[in-house]
Write a protein that binds this ligand. Structure first.
Ligand code: FES
Length: 112
C-alpha cells in the first residue's frame, strides 16, 4: 500500500502524519478519512481551490491534472509546479510526500 506522508501543518496536523492508503483514493479523501481536516469548500467537485496541496515527492506517479483542474489551480494561494487539487489527485502505487499550504484562498480573502 502506498504511504502518504503529510508534512506538518500548524492547524491541520502539527506533527505531520504518515498514513497508508489504497491506490485509487484521492489525496483529499485519504486525508479526511485519517483526521486531517483539509478544506474542501466545493465538496470535491473541482470548483474551488481550498483543497490545494503541493506534492513534494511522487508527483510524477499521479495521473496528470486536466484542464479544469489547471484552470482552478491558477487561482490557488501559493501555487507551485507540483501543486494539485487534492480532491482531483488520485493516489497511484507510489508513496507521496504532501505539503498542505499555509493558507487557502478563503483564508487569504478573509484577512484582507
Ligand atoms: S474541494 Fe474544491 S476543488 Fe477540491
Amino acid at each position: 500500500m502506498p504511504q502518504l506522508i503529510f508534512l506538518p501543518h500548524n492547524e491541520l496536523c502539527p506533527e505531520g502524519k504518515v498514513i497508508e492508503v489504497d491506490p485509487g483514493v484521492t489525496i483529499c479523501d485519504a486525508a479526511l478519512q485519517n483526521g486531517i481536516e483539509i478544506e474542501h469548500a466545493c465538496e470535491k467537485s473541482c470548483a474551488c481551490t481550498t483543497c490545494h496541496v503541493i506534492v513534494r515527492e511522487g508527483f510524477e506517479s499521479l495521473e496528470e491534472s486536466d484542464e479544469l483542474e489547471d484552470d482552478m489551480l491558477d487561482k490557488a494561494w501559493g501555487l507551485e509546479p507540483e501543486s494539485r487539487l487534492s480532491c482531483q489527485a488520485v493516489v497511484a502505487e507510489d508513496d507521496l510526500v504532501v505539503e498542505i499550504p499555509k493558507y487557502t484562498i478563503n483564508q487569504v480573502s478573509e484577512q484582507h
